[in-house]
Design a protein around this ligand. Structure first.
Ligand SMILES: [Zn+2]
Length: 672
């Protein structure tokens, strides 16, 4: 799932204060779900058969369901056909079917007939409207499949699904697999049957009914469509091109061809999240999928491509292999976030995606420097707690930690580990331990120790670095603590692969070294040039260099690559914001930055100058500050509303950033 930027989790109403998990005595194998929506009345009829395996004799069956009215409930197995009575446990969104006599172990079938309402809460099977008509659509992640039909609504209880939908003549329907039959039935209706799905989790089932129009494409034998309400599909061309490039890239990267039979990307008029990775039927809010190529800004195109790449990454990581329980949703979401940049960097190298990733790491470090941050892996039992887990830590920090691990392992070894993991757990479930054990086996490196140290501890490492030189040999002393505002220090340490670069050396021969514990001493060759301790800015830590080393680095900024300059700038900004540096130290570094520069570094500098402008500048200091800010922003882009001939997209964004900052800070800054 991709959340939109604002925090929406408070909108969720607690559905499971007690949050018992389902007993493991009855395990679903196959669902046949038949839904007949009445869009005019905003209701639906459901008929469902669930084939289950009864592990030991039971006299009742507990499963998830909420807000449904039952017409009939029967259970058959062991030669018996039993009529069940139902009791509802609303706080846990569960029902219990009580049987008149025990059901023996073995195969059994549950038959349920029920009625439901198309709700307006954007979850379960809900009502979505345009100006002219109604639609019935679903959003199930995390725990809302149970609102649409009774089910064993836990991610590890995977099963195959046969979906059929009885819809109005003239309407169509989309679900996880392709349509296998479409036959007229009754007055003004037709029944659409979909092919049996592979084993999938309930939260990934999708049902969409209404008038959808699609444009069609495909890649490597997989048909791909982009769909929307009539007329809107014409705005899907960009998303379709992105999806084709992305699926092709992932087919190669994952070493497993797209694991489902088709891929639809559907824009929904009313949609709570940004997008949702339902198997083969990914749903989006309209603005996250559809754009008018004549008017769309670069940021809009990057946004759509990013969301498409994120959701499609889930088809392997999340849908093919799914977490055992929601406490590992970070692996699902963090990995999709991590993967997003790869196909986009290959498809649109001019977008500078790897540099945006560095800026993303700095953002995560900033978020993680607050005392209120949480550990990546946090236990969650209730629906409310589960929904709280979809935050910047699960997405951004996890992706940043994975980028660190990837550089340390090497890109090929990392990819091979991912391939081994996906092969091993295809159409099944895995926990975080399964992930890092597979990566450890594939790389023969202690990936498990590093990952665990970053996943189970809240906060980010702050490394105090001191250099000592003698007889041409350098000794680097590193002391760890948790990155927090000055004066709130907490002793905490991580197991960190440190990959350094000697400035002025292009070819990197320095191997990464592992540190752990509060202090480390590293003997390193050569004292002739300063050492930058975060090669390519892949590390998830803040470095506190000594004043002498800082001055030395400042004098050789042009010998760092752009990614490294972004993170050095971000590093110093975080230290300043946490009262561990004087603001003037930060501004001295900004003044020394080479010009011109790539867009992400200009954005980072502009953001921090605007922050200072809002928070620290007084009427008495404003005029001086405006002159200083104008100097600091000089040389990155022409200060002009007129685009120079042949201006590249990134240069245009840089110019917009500089103009925006000068406008925000004010004065006649642009003239100076
Ligand atoms: Zn996601």
């Amino acid at each position: 799932m991709k959340r939109i930027a604002i925090a929406l989790s408070t909108l969720f109403v607690s559905a499971g204060a007690l949050a018992a998990r389902l007993p493991q005595t009855v395990i679903p194998a196959h669902y046949a779900v038949s839904i007949a929506p009445d869009l005019a009345a905003e209701t639906y009829r459901g008929d469902e058969t669930i084939d289950v395996e009864v592990k030991e004799p039971v006299s009742s069956i507990t499963m998830h369901a909420i807000g449904l009215d039952f017409r009939d409930l029967q259970v058959s197995g062991g030669g018996k056909n039993l009529r069940a009575t139902v009791t509802s446990d609303a706080p846990n969104a569960m029902i219990t079917l009580t049987l008149p006599e025990p059901l023996p172990a073995g195969a059994a079938t549950i038959r349920l007939a029920f009625d439901g309402r198309l709700n307006r809460q954007l979850r379960g099977l809900y009502l979505s409207k345009t100006a002219t008509r109604k639609y019935a659509v679903t959003q199930f992640e995390a725990t809302d499949a149970r609102r649409a039909f009774p089910c064993f609504d836990e991610p590890a209880m995977k099963a195959t699904f046969d979906i059929d939908l009885l819809v109005d003549k003239g309407d169509t329907a989309i679900s996880n697999s392709r349509i296998v039959s479409d036959t007229a039935e009754g007055e003004g209706k037709h029944r659409i049957r979909f092919a049996t799905t592979p084993r999938i989790s309930t939260y990934l089932v999708a049902i969409l009914v209404g008038d959808f129009q699609c444009i069609e494409g495909g890649v490597d034998g997989t048909p791909i469509r982009v769909c929307g309400t009539p007329g809107r599909e014409q705005l899907g061309g960009f998303a379709l091109s992105a999806a084709e490039a992305v699926v092709h890239f992932y087919n190669e990267y994952y070493g497993i061809k797209y694991p489902f039979e088709k891929l639809d990307l559907i824009a929904i008029p009313d949609f709570e999240a940004g997008a949702m990775e339902n198997v083969g039927a990914v749903t989006f809010r309209e603005t996250a999928l559809l754009i008018d190529p004549r008017t769309a800004s670069i940021s809009q195109r990057k946004g759509v491509a990013g969301t498409v790449a994120h959701e499609i990454a889930h088809m392997w990581f999340g849908d093919l292999v799914t977490m055992k329980w929601w406490d590992d949703i970070w692996l699902n979401e963090g990995f999709a976030t991590f993967m997003t940049g790869k196909p986009l960097a290959a498809w649109k190298p001019e977008w500078n995606i790897p540099l945006d990733n560095v800026a993303g790491t700095v953002n995560s470090l900033s978020y993680d420097s607050q005392r209120a941050t949480r550990a990546i892996r946090t236990s969650a039992e209730t629906s409310e707690d589960i929904n709280q887990l979809f935050d910047g830590i699960a997405y951004g920090k996890t992706a940043a930690v994975l980028r660190m691990v990837e550089q340390w392992m090497g890109e090929d070894a990392f990819r091979d580990g991912i391939r081994a993991y996906l092969r091993k757990y295809s159409f099944a479930n895995a926990a975080a331990e399964d992930f890092w054990t597979t990566m450890t086996d594939a790389s023969k490196q202690p990936v498990d120790a590093v990952m665990k140290s970053f996943v189970d501890q809240a906060g980010a490492p702050l490394l105090h670095a001191e250099d000592a030189c003698g007889r041409g040999e350098r000794t680097l002393n590193l002391a760890q603590e948790r990155m927090l505002p000055n004066g709130q220090s907490v002793e905490q340490s991580w197991i960190i692969p440190i990959c350094a670069r000697k400035t002025g050396v292009r070819a990197v021969t320095q191997p990464c070294v592992m540190i752990s514990g509060p202090t480390s001493q590293l003997p390193l060759p050569g004292c002739d040039s300063p050492l930058f301790l975060n090669r390519n800015s892949r590390g998830y830590y803040v470095t506190d260099y000594s004043p002498a080393e800082r001055a030395a680095l400042r004098g050789r900024l042009s010998e760092l690559n752009t990614a490294e300059r972004i993170s050095l700038q971000g590093n110093e900004w975080l230290l300043a914001r946490n009262q561990r540096r004087d603001i003037s130290d930060y501004l001295t570094l900004v003044a020394a930055m080479p010009r011109p520069a790539d867009r992400p570094i200009v954005e980072a500098i502009a953001n921090s100058l605007e922050f200072l402008d809002r928070r620290l500048v007084t009427d008495a200091t404003r005029a001086r500050w405006q002159r200083r800010a104008a100097e600091l922003l000089r040389g990155y882009a022409p200060v002009s509303w007129q685009a120079p001939a042949g201006e590249a997209e990134e240069a245009r964004l840089t110019r917009a950033t500089v103009l925006g900052a000068l406008g925000e800070i004010g004065g006649n800054a642009a003239d100076r």
